[in-house]
Write a protein that binds this ligand. Structure first.
Ligand SMILES: CC(C)(COP(=O)(O)OP(=O)(O)OC[C@H]1O[C@@H](n2cnc3c(N)ncnc32)[C@H](O)[C@@H]1OP(=O)(O)O)[C@@H](O)C(=O)NCCC(=O)NCCS
Length: 178
């Protein structure tokens, strides 16, 4: 497997992976919108290829801000997609790890994700509410643990608090349901 940055010429592959993984159009549309959204930049878009050079996985991280304003650099992971025939082979995990490593080297302090609390903690995420970070849109109390954060710099979790405000294209209540 090879993971590399997705470029504009990979857009068809990116959108196909999203469609196949989720079995619907919504995430592909969201990714397309986010990639064109200035408020989401800089974004990190990675594609995973199998041994036959077919794109089989994609991950997107987009810029966010904190309210109240902070000097910290924060991003949101959404979405993560692996096509059905390639799931459970570690591709999703490899995309998360490689993405986090790249973000760390560019000075990102915090990464947020709204996702399955049984999956993302394997890659260093933990519930964000207990550190004082709330999502762009409130999520039901029963799903509170689905809102997670990871610090890429030691001490970053203790340095700020507040609401993570996503990019414009992600700023719709329907995207904020676990
Ligand atoms: C979730 C997803 C990205 C995982 O990718 P993957 O390459 O299969 O993941 P990995 O191989 O790294 O890890 C597989 C593990 O994740 C677990 N897992 C997969 N999907 C999960 C989910 N929705 N909730 C909890 N655990 C999940 C599996 O149980 C597996 O663990 P196990 O083998 O110990 O049972 C992939 O299944 C997918 O694209 N699903 C459809 C889209 C989606 O739900 N995306 C995530 C929300 S943004």
């Amino acid at each position: 497997m090879v993971i590399r940055n997705a470029t504009i010429t990979d857009l068809d592959d990116v959108l196909r992976v999203e469609r196949e993984a989720f079995g619907e159009e919504d995430e592909a549309r969201l990714v397309d919108d986010l990639l064109k959204d200035p408020s989401a930049q800089p974004a990190l878009s990675l594609l995973a290829f199998d041994d036959g050079d077919n794109a089989v996985g994609h991950i997107l991280f987009t810029r966010a801000t904190l309210d109240p304003a902070s000097n910290m650099s924060v991003v949101i992971l959404a979405p993560l997609a692996v096509v059905p025939g390639s799931q459970r082979q570690g591709i999703g995990g490899a995309l998360i790890k490689q993405g986090l490593e790249a973000l760390r080297t560019t000075g990102v302090d915090l990464v947020f994700v709204l996702g399955h609390p049984g999956y993302y903690p394997r890659y260093g995420f933990e519930p964000a509410m207990k550190h004082g970070f709330t999502p762009t849109y409130a999520i039901p109390e029963k799903d509170a643990d689905a809102w997670m954060v990871q610090a890429l710099r030691a001490g970053a979790l203790e340095e700020g608090q507040g609401r993570a405000v996503c990019a414009d294209a992600l700023d719709k209540p329907e995207y904020w349901r676990e």
